[in-house]
Write a new protein. Structure first.
Length: 83
């Protein structure tokens, strides 16, 4: 909202209020805001930066497919064998 490159809990709350007006109570919106912040504010700064947002909102099921996990494991397994 203030264009500082991060999302604060208050900014997230205000956005949720607009999105869920009439669908959720204020208490439910506050609880959801707390839940989201606790999951995606990785560094505990009270702010969510772009990296945290990207990680928190990515669909891990699409990113972490069995094939990709196996390839990543094989890569690290090879690297480990050379050390």
């Amino acid at each position: 909202m203030n264009n500082n490159g991060t999302i604060s809990k208050d900014e997230l709350y205000e956005a949720y209020k607009q999105i869920y007006a009439g669908q959720m109570t204020d208490a439910e919106i506050r609880q959801e805001t707390d839940n989201v912040m606790s999951r995606i504010d990785i560094d505990g700064s009270g702010l969510v930066d772009y990296t945290e947002w990207a990680i928190g909102t990515s669909d891990k099921h699409k990113i972490l497919t069995d094939t990709k996990l196996k390839k990543a494991f094989q890569l690290f397994d090879k690297v480990r064998s050379f050390t």
